[in-house]
Design a protein around this ligand. Structure first.
Ligand code: TA6
Length: 279
């Protein structure tokens, strides 16, 4: 159902038991997700820019055709989150948008589709499909950069599911390090790319406004990596589209593939995440 979100053209998706999600045509960007329990589950900044001039701060930015600077685009995380997508289909519990956008740096003919589904168990699945519409193979990197709403980042932990994972530390020149633990806590800025992360990652939101809850992220094998990020105080202050204290209200856990994916002519790459919540 067409709607607006803070003035931006958007689609409302209604799921079973009263769950709902809202995504803008700008960036095919999920800006809101409310569970059957009525709780907000994703974070979108109060200072987010929604006039199409830039990527929306929060929600689920689609990083394509690159994650961060891992690709040819000068724009961090690529252009997909900065262009208008076309709504292909919307019906109960589901919405699909598509784009064929290219840029000076990425001209490969493609059709990229993003599907948001609200499932009967109250979970949400988001799926990215990248089809090579040209005659030559092309490569890309990607992430679904989800901002999870939490009661207090200092009382939130990310349970990775395994000790000894290798991560690239963006706060230390992207050096490869081994995490001896299996849990990430937030006592300062965290910006880590966990390589070959387990298929299920949990976020324990101890201070959630309606009592402790846990997000369960199931990622497809085509998203082998997971990025954990919180900007903390200093970086929060430097972001004009993010209030100074909002670092407390969110943590990012992003399903990703930071090594180049190559798609042959006529082939389609598919990656998905399914997020559920337990109390
Ligand atoms: O996913 C983590 C990260 O790459 C951080 O390094 C930080 O730059 C964040 O993404 C937000 O990037 P953005 O371009 O949306 O400001």
């Amino acid at each position: 159902m067409s709607t607006t979100y803070r003035g931006a053209r958007a689609i409302d998706v209604r799921g079973a038991e009263g769950s709902r999600a809202t995504l803008t045509e700008h960036g095919a960007h999920v800006v809101r997700w409310v569970g059957p329990d009525g709780d907000e589950r994703v974070f979108t900044s109060r200072a987010a820019v929604l006039d199409g001039a830039r990527a929306i701060r929060g929600g689920i930015p689609i990083c394509f055709p690159q994650f961060s600077d891992l690709g040819p685009c000068a724009t961090s995380h690529g252009f997909a989150r900065c262009v208008r997508w076309e709504t292909k289909e919307t019906r109960d519990g589901r919405c699909a948008m598509t784009t064929r956008a290219t840029s000076e740096e990425f001209k490969a003919p493609h059709e990229t589709t993003y599907e948001v589904e609200l499932l009967d168990d109250g979970s949400m699945r988001t799926t990215l499909r990248v089809r090579n519409a040209g005659a030559e193979a092309f490569g890309f990197t990607t992430a679904l950069h989800t901002y999870f709403r939490v009661g207090d980042a200092e009382r939130t932990r990310v349970e990775l599911g395994r000790r000894g994972l290798t991560y690239l530390d963006n706060l230390d020149g992207r050096r490869a390090k081994v995490d001896e633990g299996d849990t990430v806590v937030f006592e300062g800025e965290v910006d880590r790319i966990y390589k070959s992360a387990p298929g299920t990652i949990r976020i324990v939101d101890e201070a959630s406004s309606n009592g402790p809850r846990t997000f369960h992220i199931e990622k497809s094998e085509s998203f082998p990596d997971a990025v954990v990020w919180n900007p903390w105080i200093e970086k929060a202050r430097k972001m004009s589209d993010f209030d100074d204290d909002e670092y407390r209200e969110m943590v990012c856990v992003e399903v990703a593939c930071v090594d180049e994916i190559v798609v042959a002519p006529g082939s389609t790459w598919v990656g998905s995440q399914t997020i559920s919540v337990s109390k």
